[in-house]
Design a protein around this ligand. Structure first.
Ligand SMILES: [Zn+2]
Length: 179
């Protein structure tokens, strides 16, 4: 494992910790360009009651809204940017990343239920697209940490939940079992 990639993934894990503290599904990410973090974000779906507010899209919104990071209209504004995210991007995020021309993606654990970089669909490169370039997605960086923080979240949720068998718990069970 490349120590540089591990270092960035630790930063992504710190964002996942922040999500956990805010009682969100703990997924965090950082976007890196020219050896620097240009945006970092975490899942905010509960807070905003919006299922599209995944860490990746939160960070992308920030990058595209910042004139210093995205000075002009361009087809692929993320072509020199690498994403580090604790969990494999879902199909929605994997597609958005391709449409914006992301350079490369590194992730922690796979996402057997929703993964868009090979687990469910290979949106990143297996699927042909007439225009959008494919991108490489590599998992396994801080994989155990990424799984453990998800477990911590779902254990807490289970303790607090009046209904013992919530849908989310079943989702996690599936993910962990198949990892
Ligand atoms: Zn997503």
């Amino acid at each position: 494992m490349d120590p540089d990639h591990l270092q960035w993934m630790k930063e992504a894990m710190a964002m996942a910790e922040e999500a956990l503290a805010a009682q969100e599904v703990p997924v965090g990410c950082v976007f890196v360009r020219d050896g620097q973090i240009i945006a970092k974000a975490r899942n905010r779906t509960n807070q905003l009651r919006n299922a599209t507010r995944h860490a990746e899209l939160e960070a992308i919104d920030e990058i595209l809204a910042d004139k210093s990071l995205t000075p002009e209209k361009t087809t692929y504004p993320l072509s020199t940017t690498t994403l580090y995210v604790t969990v494999e991007p879902c199909i929605m995020c994997a597609s958005a990343l391709r449409q914006l021309g992301i350079k490369e993606v590194f992730y922690g654990c796979g996402n057997e239920r929703f993964g868009g970089c090979g687990s469910v669909l290979g949106v990143n490169e297996a699927l042909e697209h007439p225009t959008h370039p494919s991108y490489r997605a590599t998992g396994g960086y801080c994989r155990e940490e990424a799984i453990m923080i998800l477990r911590r979240f779902y254990i807490t949720e289970n303790t607090n939940a009046p209904v013992p068998k919530s849908k989310t718990n079943r989702v996690l069970k599936t993910e962990i079992d198949s990892l």
